[in-house]
Ligand binder design. Structure first.
Ligand code: GTP
Ligand code: MG
Ligand code: ZN
Length: 292
């Protein structure tokens, strides 16, 4: 039975790269019953029927997986953002960083379109976090070489709202990819969802998945991080956890909270703390809802 990696998912077909070739496969029906659909990045066992048509028989154990973007076995999630239209809400970045943190995946923040703005708002927000942030331009090439260094030797996935330039950055890294890119709607200030499927490409000595951009109204499809664990998905909170008056402090409105003291003296950014509160609220509600 050949083993391979799913490098592309499109219209009910999976494209599996084995040692010798890329095989077009249909998924076995029972995957949908199990609730485990194969994802791009999955290591799988495939077989060929009498007509030579491929079939995915088994998904091998995953290191991690994500629903938005729909990928598995990722070493590095690149959260691509922009400060010009379509402007990225930092909450979107924080959803990506916390999900990655919770699932054992490294994160890099890439603020693209640096040629079109002098703002460094996102750089300032993330300065007080341990996350590496690079400013790039797919147009001038700024930061692209630096990004390439992070990708080398890793399996990466680009995620971010539609129109921030995920496909454009991949083209800047590897011009022969010639991925389709789209305009940003002037009227709506949003991208046009040009990339429609997930596909992994060999890039800069590693592998990168281009993915469809988030819609602004997109909702998270993964179960939220349990509320008591959420604090650990914000690594800059770590030095303060355990120093609050209450052992079970949620860092929301309790007195003598070390996290909120760090917020007050500027060691934790307001934007990050606001994301924490929003995500905490979502987690708290999800639990109530799940118990009913
Ligand atoms: N000024 C400037 N424009 C850029 C840059 N990168 C991308 N663009 C433009 O932004 C638009 C959207 O780029 P795409 O690469 O299609 O964006 P995407 O993130 O792949 O979008 P989806 O596939 O819809 O998720 C295109 O018009 C690009 O030319 C950049 O660094 N600077
Ligand atoms: Mg794209
Ligand atoms: Zn606290």
């Amino acid at each position: 039975m050949p083993e391979g990696v799913i490098i592309k998912a499109l219209s009910g077909f999976y494209y599996v790269r084995t040692d010798s070739e890329t095989v077009e496969c249909r998924a076995r029906g029972r995957f949908r019953l199990d609730g485990t659909s194969p994802l791009v990045g999955d290591r799988v066992i495939i077989s060929l029927d009498a007509q030579g048509r491929g079939r995915v028989d088994k998904v091998l154990e995953r290191k991690n997986f994500f629903i938005r973007p729909a990928v598995a076995n990722i070493d590095l999630l690149v959260a691509v953002a922009s400060e010009v239209e379509p402007v990225t809400d930092p909450f979107l970045i924080d959803r990506v960083t916390t999900t990655a943190e919770h699932n054992g995946c490294e994160v890099l923040i890439c603020v693209n379109k640096s040629d079109a703005t002098t703002s460094h708002r996102l750089r300032d927000i993330y300065a007080a976090t341990p996350y590496m942030l690079i400013e790039t331009s797919a147009v001038t090439g700024e930061g692209i070489e630096c990004l390439a260094q992070y990708i080398k030797g890793k399996v990466c996935a680009f995620s971010g709202n539609s129109g921030v330039g995920k496909s454009s950055i991949l083209n800047a890294l590897e011009p022969e990819l010639r991925l389709k890119t789209g305009e940003v709607s002037e009227k709506l200030g949003r991208g046009k969802h040009t990339t429609r499927h997930v596909e992994i490409f060999p890039v800069a000595g590693g592998y990168c998945a281009d993915t469809p951009g988030f819609a602004s109204f997109d909702v998270e499809q993964m179960p939220p991080i349990p509320k008591d664990e959420l604090q650990f998905a914000f690594p800059e909170f770590e030095p303060y956890i355990g120093s609050c008056r209450f052992d079970d402090c949620a860092h929301i409105k309790e007195p003598d909270c070390a996290v909120r003291e760090a917020l007050a003296n500027g060691s934790i950014s307001v934007s990050r703390y606001e994301s924490y509160c929003r995500l905490y609220e979502i987690s708290a509600q999800y639990k109530d809802w799940a118990q009913k």
